[in-house]
Design a protein around this ligand. Sequence first.
Ligand SMILES: Cc1cc2nc3c(=O)[nH]c(=O)nc-3n(C[C@H](O)[C@H](O)[C@H](O)COP(=O)(O)O)c2cc1C
Length: 319
Amino acid sequence: MKIGTVNINKKAVLAPMAGVTDRAFRELCMKFGAGYTVSEMVSSKGISYLNKKSIELMEISEKERPCGIQLFGDNPEAMATAAKIALEQNPDIIDINMGCPAPKVNKSGGGAVLMKNPDLCYKIVKAVKDTSTVPVTVKIRKGWDEQSINAVEIAKVCESAGASAITVHGRTREQMYKPFVDLKVIEQVKLAVSIPVIGNGDIFSPKDAINMLSQTGCDLVMIGRGALGNPFIFSEINAVLNNETFAEPKIEEKVAVMTEHILNICKYKGEYLGMKEARRHICMYLKGIPDAASFRNQACHLETMDQFLDFANKITKIV
Ligand SMILES: Cc1cc2nc3c(=O)[nH]c(=O)nc-3n(C[C@H](O)[C@H](O)[C@H](O)COP(=O)(O)O)c2cc1C
C-alpha cells in the first residue's frame, strides 16, 4: 500500500515514542520488518530556534527508510516553518502529533488538546501540507474525553486539509493508556475517510495485530509499547500474516539483539549519554528472563560499554 507517494511493504509500523524511537531503535525495528518508523516527537518551536537537540532528533539514516519525522505545536505558520527545516533531513513522511496526552505538551497548545479545535487542526495540516514535498500524516486519539469523542470529525478535517493518512490511537486523552483500546472508533474512522488509516493501541502480539486489522478494517497497525525490548514483534506479525510459523526468540538471540541495539545507541550518541539512555531499553529486554529483577537492578548501574558487555555475557552464561 501507499501513503501518498511512499510505498509501505509491511503491515506493522513502529509508533513514535519520545525517549525511545531514536535512530538506533528505528534501524533495529526496520531490520526486523517494520513497515516504516517515526521519529520521537519534535517541538516546532525547538526546530525554529535551530535547537541542537531538536535537529539531532530529526537525523535519519538510509537504513531506516521509510521514516517519518513527527512534529508538535499549535501554530500553523510555525509548524510550516518547522516542516521546511525538517525536510532538510529528507524524511519520507512528516507526521503531525495531535494525540500526545502529556500536560506539558497540551499546556503549550500541542498534542491531543488540538482535537478540541477542528479549525486549528485544519489550518495546521493545510499549512504543513502546503510546505511539504513529502506526504503529511496525522496521529490522533479517540477524542479529548468521553464527552468529546470526535476522532471521525478530526480525521475528516485532516483529510480535507490534505493529510495522506491518519493514525488513530483508540483512547481519549483523559484515558491516557487505560482501559483497553476502543477498536470501534478506529473502524468508524476507517469507514469515514478515503485515505489509509493506521490503527494503534495495545498490540503486544501477532494475535492482537490480526485482531486490530480484522475488526477495524484498518490498513496498517502501529506498535508502540509492544516493541519495547521486543523488535521481534514485527517479524512475528509478518510471519503470521504470510501464514508462516515463527519461534519465540531464545535468550541468546535476545541478548545478541539487545547488544546490537545498545552498541548502536552508544555509537550514535556517545558512551556517556548512550549508556544513560540504554538502561531503560536493557530493562525491557530482560522481561521474562529468570531472575529478571536482579538483572534489572544491575542494569540501572551500568555506565560503560565494557560494563554492559560483561553484563550481557553474564546473562547468557547464567540462563
Ligand atoms: C514512552 C512513550 C513515548 C511516547 N511518545 C510519543 C510521541 O513522541 N509521539 C506520539 O505521537 N505518541 C507517543 N506515544 C504514544 C504511542 O505512539 C502510542 O500511541 C501509544 O503508546 C499507544 O500504542 P501502544 O499501545 O502500542 O503502546 C508515546 C508512548 C510511550 C509509551
